[in-house]
Design a protein around this ligand. Sequence first.
Ligand SMILES: [Zn+2]
Length: 377
Amino acid sequence: MNRIAAAIALPLCVVVALPVGARAEEACGDPEKALGVSRIVEIDTTTGPLFGEFTKYEKEPRFLGPKEVVLTFDDGPMPRYTKPILDALDEFCTKATFFYVGQMAVAYPDMVKEVMGRGHTVGTHTWSHPLNLRRRGLNSAKDQIERGIAAVELAAGEPIAPFFRFPGLSDSGPMLAYLQGRGIAAFTVDVVSNDSYISSPSRLTTRTLQRVEQQNGGIVLFHDIKKSTAKALPAILKGLKVRGFKVVHLRNKNVVAPLPQLTEALKAKQEKKTAKSTDAEGKPELKPFYAAIATNTLEADDSEPSVTVIAPEARERVKGGASSADLNPPTASEESTPSKKSTSSKRRSRRNKVRASSASKQIEPVGSLSSAVSGRF
Ligand SMILES: [Zn+2]
């Protein structure tokens, strides 16, 4: 063991040797107000499952029980808001899933590392967050999905979860079939906080808690690029605790392998940038020291919440299945050429949009699905 490894291992042993109660108290500050993690759901994404209410496609049965929530944050990272959000989650000793945009991750790689180091799960949300992916054509959509994965994985410096969320929740059969072929799980949502529109933290708190209660829990959507979210989160977490809600933490059983040519292209771009800025700054990149501590300590903890492993069976999302061409990763020549298939999928999605918004009236009184499909998330 070298000197650095020994230095890391020593404090780890001390932490693990503490009684569970003392550690929880230390980690969570005040156990009375700690929301904690009641259960871990570990997802095997091999079959490309689809979770959440806001989709018209055939999805997996709800894996959450009554009064269980999953906290999710999209669009970041953005340090000025991601950091206080992480602090609030730590204060309440709870965990979340972050769906990150490739361009943001590349801009703030240390923030991605910190999110993962603090024990949260990181999935992806495309490369540049196009407002309606299905309008762009399948090849462009595939490129957005893949470039996002390559960028977030590169920023993380370690494998990430094969978890994906469509911007604006605008999924489509061919795109879902592509994700299935890649063994990636797609997540929609059950509860929309509407933090994209509400700038008052107190209004956001009240509305989010109301919606969570109306739906009796579910997958909750926030954004870690919003000031109101960062400000409201402590009150929202407190409100969830007071109302008896439990947080379920999602974890990935497997990882996603980015397309090597996209990773190489991003690395080459980064190297070019670094070569330009090294003379001026020349600082080595700092990695958060607590990465190893947070994950290893949790793994070894007897008080670790119970783990439910989900390995959903394969499902057909589009009748007749997707053509093998749909399942191929994008090639450089395909990237910007919308195919005939994409035109028909556009027509199909327009039809689906009408069906989806009428279905949403029964499921979701808030009208959030219609906001979602118009590309606001
Ligand atoms: Zn988004």
